[in-house]
Design a protein around this ligand. Structure first.
Ligand SMILES: Nc1ncnc2c1ncn2[C@@H]1O[C@H](COP(=O)(O)OP(=O)(O)OP(=O)(O)O)[C@@H](O)[C@H]1O
Length: 252
């Protein structure tokens, strides 16, 4: 299908230590289409971080196929996958990972300066201004990250992740370091960005936040055990590639 951003086909991940083998992922099939908002929830140790690391090209699967915008990325060299990761994937983590020596403006501009050396200063200014505005942080452009609240820092981190306009934004426990008020503000902002077209995949422990997604997936012991997509609003599906024998559809 034309607007499929992400496709995982029968992905497995096994970690082997001297003592034991852990099957962290056991046959994951997943399709994410442009404009989807997917949440992945599940208990500690079920494989959420492993799945997000594979989606973000931070780790490689043991077996299976991974396509980003139709391109097979599972067997790429480290250099190739680093380049695809820079271009196609935005990350937001629990820790904001902003650089305190740089202003808010320069933190957001950094990926553009680093990745896209052909952009002029006025193009960089325009893109940073657009994303500062989207996360409602224009009034703090010259502040340092340490002068901001946690919620404001996470909003800057979201702008930095999106300024390069990646194919997908991967979000790992975005509210883990925030109080509930700031957590709610950040989650509402992510939902708004999704309504404006950002494709999102989020891992969270918090079921209330997982429920804000249009496609809700649940991992259990390395398998997708249920999905609660509402067909009329959610376009992501556990794909048709033989996945239904691994997935129980839960009637809404
Ligand atoms: N590098 C590794 N070496 C060996 N085992 C690992 C490694 N990374 C993860 N595992 C194991 O794989 C399984 C899945 O781990 P993962 O971190 O993906 O779970 P999770 O759902 O993200 O957990 P949490 O919610 O606690 O962060 C766990 O049993 C874990 O112990």
């Amino acid at each position: 299908m034309q607007d499929i951003k992400i496709q995982l086909k029968d992905i497995t991940k096994m970690f082997a230590t001297d003592e034991m083998e852990t099957h962290a992922l056991r046959g994951i099939d997943l399709s994410i289409r442009a404009g989807d908002y997917v949440s992945i929830a599940g208990p500690s140790g079920c494989g959420k971080s492993t799945l997000l690391a594979i989606l973000g090209l931070l780790d490689t699967p043991t077996s299976g196929q991974y396509l980003i915008e139709g391109k097979d990325v599972a067997g790429m060299s480290l250099a190739q996958s680093a380049s695809i990761r820079n271009e196609k994937i935005g990350f937001v983590f629990q820790a904001f990972n902003l650089i305190d020596e740089l202003s808010v403006y320069d933190n957001i501009a950094l990926p553009l300066r680093y990745r896209n050396k052909t952009l002029s200063q006025s193009e960089i200014d325009a893109r940073v201004a657009k994303w500062l505005d989207k996360v409602e942080m224009g009034h703090r452009a010259r502040h340092r990250p340490s002068q901001l609240s946690g919620g404001q820092q996470q909003r800057v981190a979201i702008a930095r992740a999106l300024v390069g306009e990646p194919a997908i934004l991967l979000v790992d426990e975005p509210t883990g370091n925030l109080d509930s008020t700031n957590g709610d503000i950040v989650m509402e902002m992510l939902a708004q960005l999704n309504r404006e077209g950002t494709t999102l995949c989020m891992v969270t422990h918090d079921q209330r936040y997982a429920d804000m997604a249009t496609t809700k997936l649940h991992l259990m012991d390395g398998k997708m055990v249920r999905t609660q997509a509402e067909p009329e609003i959610a376009y992501s599906q556990v794909s048709q590639l033989g996945a239904y024998d691994r997935v129980e559809q839960v009637a809404a």
